[in-house]
Ligand binder design. Structure first.
Ligand code: HAM
Length: 426
């Protein structure tokens, strides 16, 4: 027997039943983005590997273990994008739209990370990312958080998602903190697991994120970064907290929030829910004021975040009943035809209706079947109304209109169809 070919592990199909909910959530997100003046940018899903190495940091889990990298026919080393920030900056430098300009951009699409798949963690997943370039004050950090808050409210999940923030200071002050942290870890080496011992000198700040309960306990006594940040970063962070207080946004300062990518400085944020277990971060981001320069551009302040759409969709479906019932199969009108030459009349009528009622979802029955069988199909499609074109009805310039929501049925003149549909679908 021929073995079926399966999808790649950790890469999911999204069937029409899923895409209806995705589309409706995405539309809400996009509407609010446009409300804040953000514009879409579409970027390739594959870039030079060196871009990610330079941007994300050589000793991060992402670059060391999780990238999908391949060598193409020219011998170029390419990587399926694990995130969108690096590509966005690469495009900005290449097209010169970052220099001395303010940019407010968003992108959406698949990202790829070779992680161990589990609920809320996939190898192909989707992000909606937002990046702002050219603004250095904390006001824009606060506005991004307001935008997030508006999303969560509109999606009905705001009561179940909390904001954690931290300040990582400048790269110089971070280096100083890093050494202090290493000293602390050296003094407590006996409490560290093998993993932590391995990252101790390479990326000690990752240990602050450890899930090991013994290490977690130890970290409670570790020096915290906020005590070592530079003065400008402190002013920035205090400014952000003040803005959030005045805007009525609740947040928690998490001194151990460091994020997994190396490019951040100053503000880092995460939106977290308890509904997704270990994969509870729905949205994460922060400032990366040095990255544009690091990638070859002019020094440009920048801040952004990305949401994991799978996680967001899961949460919205769990918590908001309006998104539970959505299905692609809800249509407005199903056209049934029965008898010789009725099919072509049905197709012509469908096209005429689409011309004048472009917002109506309309399906024409194809394939044979009695009227009863075709009505069963209309019900399966979740149609509200069916128009039945039988030979007899057509001869007398009529059609039969059946309202599947209440079972009523009547003959109407063909010339009346549009008006009747408009009234019934109001
Ligand atoms: P990140 O925290 O790596 O940040 O990813 C952002 C979000 O993508 C996470 O909070 C999570 O919801 C989702 N995500 C990450 N990995 C997976 C996965 N394997 N499966 C499902 N969802 C996942 C970034 O990518 C930064 N580029 C965000 C950013 C933009 N920072 C500044 N600008």
């Amino acid at each position: 027997m021929i073995k079926n070919i399966q999808s790649v592990r950790g890469m999911k199909d999204y069937l029409p039943i899923n895409t209806a909910i995705w589309q409706s959530i995405e539309n809400i997100l996009k509407k609010i983005l446009s409300n804040y003046g953000y514009k879409e940018i579409r970027l390739p899903i594959i870039e030079q590997m060196s871009l990610y190495k330079r941007a994300i940091g050589k000793v991060t889990d992402l670059v060391e273990k999780e990238m999908y990298t391949l060598i193409d026919r020219n011998g170029d080393v390419l990587t399926l994008r694990p995130e969108g920030t690096a590509g966005c900056i690469r495009a900005g430098i290449e097209h010169g739209f970052l220099y001395n300009q303010e940019q407010r951009l968003w992108y959406m699409g698949p990202m790829f990370r070779h992680e161990r798949p589990q609920k809320g963690r996939y190898r192909q997943f989707h992000q909606l990312g937002v990046e702002v370039f050219g603004i250095k004050g904390p006001d824009v950090d606060a506005e991004l958080i307001l935008l997030n808050t508006r999303w969560w409210k509109k999606l009905g999940i705001d009561k179940h998602i909390r904001l954690e923030i931290n300040c990582l200071g400048s790269f110089e002050s971070r280096e100083n903190y890093r050494n202090i942290l290493i000293r602390f870890l050296e003094q407590n080496k006996n409490l560290l697991d093998e993993n932590c011992k391995r990252s101790m000198y390479i990326n000690p700040m990752r240990i602050l994120d450890s899930k090991n309960p013994v290490v977690k306990n130890l970290i409670k006594n570790a020096p915290i970064i906020i005590d070592y940040i530079d003065n400008d970063s402190r002013i920035h962070f205090e400014g952000l907290c003040k803005l959030l207080d005045n805007l009525g946004v609740s947040y928690e300062i998490n001194h151990y929030l460091v994020r997994g990518l190396d490019y951040y400085n100053r503000t880092v944020i995460e939106w977290i829910t308890d509904y997704l277990g270990a994969q509870g971060t729905i949205c994460g981001g922060g400032r990366y004021d040095n990255l544009v320069k690091q990638l070859g551009g002019h020094s440009t302040p920048a801040v952004g975040f990305a949401i994991g759409i799978e996680r967001l969709v899961f949460l919205v479906q769990e918590l908001n009943p309006c998104f539970k019932q959505l299905s692609n199969y809800d249509i407005d009108v199903y056209i049934i035809s029965y008898g010789s030459n009725t099919k072509i009349i049905a197709m012509c009528l469908a096209e005429k209706l689409r011309d004048v009622m472009p917002e109506v979802k309309l399906v024409t029955n194809f394939g044979e079947g009695t009227i009863k069988k075709q009505i069963t199909r209309a019900i399966k499609w979740g149609a509200k109304l069916t128009i039945i074109l039988s030979e007899d009805a057509i001869k007398s310039n009529n059609v039969i209109l059946k309202d599947l929501r209440n079972g009523t049925q009547k003959n109407i003149l063909q010339s009346e169809i549009i008006n009747v549909l408009k009234t019934l679908l109001k």
